[in-house]
Design a protein. Structure first.
Length: 194
């Protein structure tokens, strides 16, 4: 049974920071594959700067096509909105009963707020978490320190943000080194974020 890490995000756009972390997880942890789960919308993000779902999925597809262990997923596009991670996990578990064991990938910043997630106890009971380091305020709740289901992976700290990329691109700055080449090409051709 393949162990799959689910890396959720709006990926607006996907950048080399996302790629470095996902590849690090695929190469240096027990995970066999990483699925970039493109989220259709987040209650915490302003919609107007969000590219349409199919375009963001396409950007992830462009970024991952040369990396067999990294895959795009649009599984959440078909789920009722607003959607919660627990619903996606249950849905995937039902769809791929015997093929995959699913795990969650998250930044340390998300782990700090994990106790506020819907059904976080159920998630922790049934799924492993793979956490990568992030520079952020606050501390991880004591109950998550040394938890047998939470694995801290010493991935490189990537301080690149999609917001920064969008804003600077709009100003005419050259942000192409921060993006996988295919992503930059597609973004440029489609005139995104201008």
């Amino acid at each position: 049974m393949k162990k799959v890490g689910l890396y959720f995000g709006t990926f607006n756009p996907i950048h080399i920071g996302h790629m470095v972390i996902a590849n690090h997880m695929a190469e240096f942890s027990e995970l066999d594959e990483i699925w970039f789960v493109v989220t259709p919308q987040s209650p915490f993000k302003v919609k107007k700067t969000l590219l349409e779902n199919h375009h963001r999925y396409q950007l992830v597809l462009e970024a991952t096509k040369d990396f067999p262990k990294l895959k795009p997923s649009k599984i959440e596009f078909d789920l009722p909105q607003p959607n919660y991670t627990i619903n996606t996990l249950v849905h995937l578990g039902e769809k791929y009963t015997d093929e995959y064991q699913f795990c969650l990938i998250m930044g340390e910043d998300n782990l700090k707020g994990f106790h506020k997630w819907k059904n976080y106890e159920v998630i922790l009971e049934n799924y492993e978490l793979y956490v990568y380091p992030r520079i952020s305020e606050g501390t991880v709740a004591h109950r998550f320190e040394g938890h047998p289901k939470i694995h801290k992976v010493e991935a490189p700290i990537m301080e690149i943000s999609s917001t920064f990329i969008r804003n600077e691109h709009k100003k005419g700055k050259n942000i192409s080194p921060m993006l996988p080449y295919n992503v930059w090409k597609y973004m440029d051709e489609m005139n995104f974020y201008r």
